[in-house]
Design a protein around this ligand. Structure first.
Ligand SMILES: C[S@@+](CC[C@H](N)C(=O)[O-])C[C@H]1O[C@@H](n2cnc3c(N)ncnc32)[C@H](O)[C@@H]1O
Length: 174
């Protein structure tokens, strides 16, 4: 499995116990260093832009992007490169902010939004902006990238029942 935007690599360590080998990639060297120290998979510093530029060759069973599809051009380019990373029957699993629940009261249209560390404590400062996409826009991006959307899941907050995130599962178009 390829974990794009792996951060400190917790997913690789969680999956190692299930005999799933993970290669984690992130653009922040300090995060990759922390991941390498903690172990549980292979970790490399690289950017989505590097991947979109074809600097790496992969043939992967599954690509996962967990809360790491946050930019505009970087994510557009990464999605377009996605079919070239996957084996013929490989799949992409992307989890991100649910556009309906995370939209605040702003118009329901694509655009950059202010980030927030609400609920994360005082150690978290200077939230990064993120690029909001409507459901229609996600769907179009996958289709334009040669990916077939197989499934969308909307895990709910157990108390409020508001969608806590959205999960896209996609495969290479035939
Ligand atoms: C919110 S964190 C999520 C980290 C991890 N997936 C998790 O679930 O804890 C987003 C990660 O995506 C990485 N990222 C964002 N844009 C990137 C890019 N253009 N190239 C590589 N990594 C990127 C960031 O460095 C960050 O570690």
């Amino acid at each position: 499995m390829l974990d794009l935007g792996c951060g400190e690599g917790w997913l690789a360590r969680a999956l190692a116990g299930h005999a799933i080998h993970v290669l984690g990639i992130d653009v922040v060297p300090a995060l990759i260093h922390a991941a390498q120290c903690a172990g549980g998979g292979d970790f490399r510093v690289a950017s989505y832009e590097d991947i979109a530029a074809g600097k790496y060759r992969f043939a992967i069973d599954a690509v996962v992007c967990k809360f790491s599809l946050l930019g505009k051009e970087s994510v557009d380019g990464l999605c377009r490169a996605m079919p070239s990373l996957l084996k013929p029957r490989g799949s992409l699993m992307g989890q991100t902010l649910h556009p309906v629940a995370a939209g605040d009261d702003l118009p329901y249209e694509d655009g950059w939004r202010q980030g927030s560390w609400h609920g994360c404590g005082p150690d978290f400062t200077e939230p990064a902006p993120w690029y909001f996409r409507t459901l229609q826009s996600w769907q179009r991006l996958f289709a334009d990238s040669g990916l077939r959307l197989l499934e969308m899941r909307e895990p709910q907050h157990p108390v409020t029942r508001i969608p806590a995130s959205i999960i896209f599962i996609a495969a290479k178009s035939a």
